[in-house]
Design a protein around this ligand. Structure first.
Ligand code: 3PG
Length: 199
């Protein structure tokens, strides 16, 4: 099946460069709202038959225009929320951001027992994201859109994409409403197809 993994639109914490991962978190900025409004047209060529979002306000606000256009409900799943920042929450200094990002990519390279101080391990973060993807794949639909978060999407695609190099994912941040397209199945594996830039 085809997965469209969409990072939410811009938030005030994104503008400020903060590690803001708590639930429910901030809503979208004006730009973020415009980015969300642009998604239905950007994805008009896709035959999306299921729509998922994390419990955070920013993903649900991003999913809303797409849900309206498609006439689909938004299924909220805790498993696709952002990687918890733990003791690094709401920090914006480069040391904290580097500690967060480097732990996430250490997980993608196999060190899944490492833990963000006060936060999750890679085992825990991947287990919850995997469980949602497995649930989606079990529906036997052809295409699902999942509105999630930058670190969570990069972790999952770097860890589960059979044709993906972790270095490439680490080198390329995911911008607001940028989309990672993956195809495959839990049994056969997931292949990275393309990134759809936010424009
Ligand atoms: O990486 C970050 O900046 C924070 O964890 C928040 O990510 P998000 O904006 O994709 O939720």
């Amino acid at each position: 099946m085809r997965l469209l993994l969409i990072r939410h639109g811009q938030t005030p914490s994104n503008v400020a460069g903060l590690l803001d991962t708590a639930v429910p978190g901030p809503g979208l900025t004006e730009l973020g709202t415009r980015q969300a409004a642009a998604l239905p047209d950007r994805l008009a060529g896709e035959s999306i038959d299921e729509l998922y979002a994390s419990p955070l306000l920013r993903t649900q606000q991003t999913a809303a225009p797409l849900a309206k256009r498609l006439g689909l409900p938004v299924a909220v799943r805790d498993g696709v929320r952002e990687i918890e920042a733990g003791e690094l929450a709401m920090r914006g200094d480069s040391g904290s951001i580097n500690a967060y990002v480097s732990t996430v990519f250490a997980w993608a390279r196999g060190d899944v027992e490492a833990r963000i101080p006060g936060g999750e391990s890679g085992v825990e973060a991947l287990r919850r994201f995997d469980s949602v993807i497995d649930e989606i794949a079990a529906t036997d639909r052809s295409c699902a859109a999942v509105v999630s978060h930058g670190a969570a999407i990069r972790l999952w695609t770097a860890s589960r994409g059979i044709n993906v190099r972790v270095d490439d994912v680490e080198a390329e941040p995911l911008r607001n409403t940028e989309i990672v397209v993956m195809e495959g199945s839990p049994d056969g594996g997931w292949r990275f197809m393309q990134r759809l830039a936010a424009g």
